[in-house]
Design a protein around this ligand. Structure first.
Ligand code: TRP
Length: 338
């Protein structure tokens, strides 16, 4: 079992990253060989301020460590330091079909009506993601629910490669298959954390309003204000989880509470059933302050030592390369490039 996953350094590390991915990363570190990547090349598919990008890469890395990922046990690095990702990505561009990419819902959502004006990188983004995973022959990929389609695409690409080059694979490595078909692991405590202002939208670092998300670096006042002003409806809280249907903002607050307190949403709803939103909000605020603020303080400590973070990243890149270099070399040999 080899685990690979990535988070974009496109802004603040937030509760969606934490509950949807990082908590899961931490629990996997004792069960498998894990490779966790700060996917900086993915982040530049939309404009990133060059003065902030490096800082963001550092912050995500600090967030990984502050959340409990051990940089010795795991491989932690940033994508642009290992050129194999880009090189394999080009080869996979030539394996994947246009029709497959045209089905990707994330691109459609991000581009909206403005498709003609998006970067080509945003469109081919899932191919680079497939390269990230396949360059390590990762078997499992912990992600949020929204990334499932991209993992399926990675599987399709791996499978097409294995079929297209079947004979070469057989003669060069004496196996029937070269790439491993990766499986998504969607069992983070909250697979989809939503915006605090719109229960239908994912919590995201690219949302223009900071009030839509809880950042790991937020202080107590910010958390207090954001939860107090989070969107709700005017009904009381039901005592059964079925009752949250059609009430996305309530569902989101309950899910966040459950995720952070390590309880099931059913238990949380029992606790707050029949109450007003104000009680849920007050308790959620206290819970977030006691669970998230300490991670934020630890993160700040780590951020204040940029040399240490650089060391973690270059050591990680070196270890990553020892895995991906031979896999890329074999890939090239199989297709007749070397
Ligand atoms: N696309 C992922 C996201 O936005 C990030 C990502 C890039 C990733 N490469 C990956 C996740 C490889 C898992 C594996 O969440």
């Amino acid at each position: 079992m080899r685990v690979f996953s990535g988070i974009q350094p496109s802004g603040n590390l937030h509760l969606g990253n934490y509950l949807g991915a990082i908590v899961n990363f931490v629990s996997l570190q004792n069960k498998a060989e894990c490779i966790y990547c700060v996917v900086d090349l993915h982040s530049i598919t939309v404009w990133q301020d060059p003065n902030k990008l490096y800082k963001n890469i550092h912050e995500i890395t600090a967030g990984f460590i502050a959340s409990g990922l051990d940089p010795n046990k795991n491989i932690i690095f940033n994508q642009s330091k290992v050129k194999e990702h880009s090189e394999l990505s080009w080869i996979l561009n030539c394996v994947a079909r246009l029709g497959w990419l045209n089905r990707m819902t994330q691109f459609k959502e991000k581009a909206g009506k403005n498709k003609e004006n998006m970067s080509i990188g945003l469109y081919t983004y899932p191919i680079l993601m497939a390269a990230d995973i396949l360059a390590y022959k990762a078997t499992h990929v912990p992600v949020g629910e929204d990334q499932k389609q991209h993992i399926e695409l990675s599987r399709d690409i791996a499978q097409k490669f294995n079929i297209d080059f079947k004979d070469r694979i057989k003669s060069i490595i004496q196996k029937d298959e070269f790439f491993i078909l990766p499986k998504p692991l969607i069992n983070g405590p909250v697979p989809r954390v939503m915006s605090l202002r719109d229960g239908q939208k994912k919590m995201s670092s690219s949302d223009l309003s900071d009030m839509t998300r809880i950042n790991i670096l937020d202080d107590e006042d910010q958390i207090y204000n954001k939860i107090r002003k989070s969107k709700t409806d005017s009904d009381v809280i039901p005592s059964d989880f079925l009752g949250v249907d059609g009430r996305p903002e309530l569902k989101n607050l309950i899910s966040i509470y459950a995720g952070v307190s390590k309880q099931s949403p059913e238990d949380v709803i029992k606790e707050f059933g029949g109450e007003q939103f104000s009680k849920l909000k007050k308790n959620l605020t206290d819970l977030l302050i006691s669970e998230i603020c300490p991670i934020g303080s630890e993160m700040k400590k780590i951020i204040s030592d940029p040399l240490y973070i650089d060391e973690v990243l270059s050591d990680g890149a070196e270890r990553a390369r020892t895995i991906s270099e031979p896999i890329l070399a074999e890939t090239k040999k199989i297709i007749g490039l070397a």
